[in-house]
Write a protein that binds this ligand. Structure first.
Ligand SMILES: Cc1cc2nc3c(=O)[nH]c(=O)nc-3n(C[C@H](O)[C@H](O)[C@H](O)COP(=O)(O)OP(=O)(O)OC[C@H]3O[C@@H](n4cnc5c(N)ncnc54)[C@H](O)[C@@H]3O)c2cc1C
Length: 377
């Protein structure tokens, strides 16, 4: 059964209606953070744009995620530095820090700058986090080591890194806001419209911004951004403020934060049935839901009522780098996705990146995100 997230359940106004009278210059497929950010950038540069979503704006992972807005990407800093070199890793992280700033500027009350706490769940993860902390400090990033955590986490996690520039978003509100701005800039938004082929859009350029949701449009790339399911719960509101910042541990397999109205939003535990979660089937499962509920009970010290349960699909890429640029052997077709579970900031930034490339202003970072690497791998 499809599920609605706590974020998507928030009431919202209909978008301004825009109807283009001719074929658009660019069609954007996918009405999440990537597609809306891309469409807005293109429209502000004067191009005519039509944006399609098979469901509604933010109906995919962009309205179903954990709400963390983090700098960096899915790979820890030292791991990425090992793969692509320290200078390029620092360049990429700084670019994501600027993206958090820009996102905060457009997000209004859908963003809160809280910082984030990345927790070590055991001694081994503590060593890894200590290495990450040292590498970040050495490269001039603001970061703090939290040796002793506040209750209720004291004694449970041996250490943590505090990332001061991070924050949380109400992701559906953020994307709806971007979509509104895009419509005000002239973008025609067609919800509940699945695109079956790039040709049917009549556009010169088509951007596939569907991250983990199989679009059927990507030819040889289809499936190489691996659809992966994530599940989340949101509890009843809790009066006591227990968690000021977003927390994530066990290499991101657990994550949670507390909303302003006191709910604990917790996600993860894919690893209790890892293989089953490599799927585009957007449903919750008893085994993961139970793990989430028990985890929250252990954190808070009592069983909480669960008011919302949902699933979403994100796109996993083996090298943990986004996939942004022209689709190989398909003139006029572009892709932006593959954020490996870190798409709130990366999607916002990569939507702009692909738009800038279409506008003839390719960023040097695109070398790292080159889609053809997936086919050649
Ligand atoms: C449970 C979960 C938790 C997560 N937590 C976080 C987090 O805390 N922080 C973070 O940074 N990231 C998180 N992510 C990842 C993040 O949500 C995604 O990477 C990001 O939202 C992707 O945005 P997008 O716009 O690229 O794609 P999506 O928001 O997934 O949108 C893709 C859209 O494409 C549409 N579509 C697909 N095919 C077609 C077609 N042929 N025609 C028309 N429309 C089509 C779909 O309907 C869908 O709405 C999480 C993801 C999940 C699933």
């Amino acid at each position: 059964m499809p599920t609605t997230s706590f974020w998507l359940a928030e009431p919202h106004k209909p978008l301004p209606s825009v109807k283009l009278t001719a074929s658009p210059d660019v069609a954007v497929v996918g009405g999440g953070i990537t597609g809306c950010s891309c469409a807005l950038t293109l429209a502000e540069a004067g191009l005519s744009v039509r944006l399609y979503d098979a469901r509604e704006i933010a109906g995919g992972a962009s309205g179903r995620n954990g709400g963390f807005a983090l700098r960096g990407g899915a790979a820890p800093y030292p791991v990425l530095a090992e793969a692509i070199g320290r200078a390029r890793t620092a360049e990429l992280w700084r670019w994501t820090e600027r993206a958090v700033e820009d996102l905060a500027d457009v997000a209004g009350d859908s963003f809160r700058r809280t910082g984030s706490l990345r927790l070590a769940a055991d001694e081994e993860e503590q060593v890894e986090l200590a290495q990450e902390y040292e590498a970040l400090r050495a490269d001039g990033f603001a970061v703090e080591w939290a040796g002793e955590l506040a209750p209720p986490l004291r004694g449970r996690y041996p250490g943590a890194i505090f990332h001061p520039s991070d924050g949380v978003v109400q992701p559906a509100r953020l994307v709806r806001r971007l979509a509104r701005r895009a419509a005000e800039a002239g973008v025609e938004i067609r919800e509940r419209s699945r695109v079956g082929s790039a040709a049917e859009t009549g556009a010169e350029s088509v951007v596939v911004a569907t991250d983990g949701y199989p679009s059927g449009l990507l030819g040889a790339l289809e499936g190489l951004i691996v659809p992966t399911r994530g599940q989340v719960i949101a509890t009843e509101p809790v009066a006591q403020k227990l968690f000021e910042t977003p927390h994530y541990g066990r290499h991101g397999f657990d994550y949670w934060h507390q909303t302003l109205d006191g709910r604990i939003v917790a996600g993860g535990f894919r690893d209790v049935s890892l293989q089953d979660e490599f799927t585009a089937d957007e449903v919750t499962t008893p085994v993961v839901q139970q793990a989430l509920e028990e985890f929250v009970e252990a954190l808070v010290g009592r069983r909480l009522r669960v008011d919302y349960r949902w699933a979403g699909i994100f796109g996993l890429v083996l090298d943990f780098l986004p996939v942004v640029g022209p689709v190989p052997d398909d003139d006029g077709l572009w892709v932006a996705g593959g954020y490996s579970g870190h798409g709130n900031v990366l999607g916002f930034a990569c939507g702009r990146l692909v738009a800038e490339a279409i506008l003839g202003r390719p960023d040097p970072l695109l070398d790292l995100f080159e889609p053809s690497r997936l086919v050649l791998a």
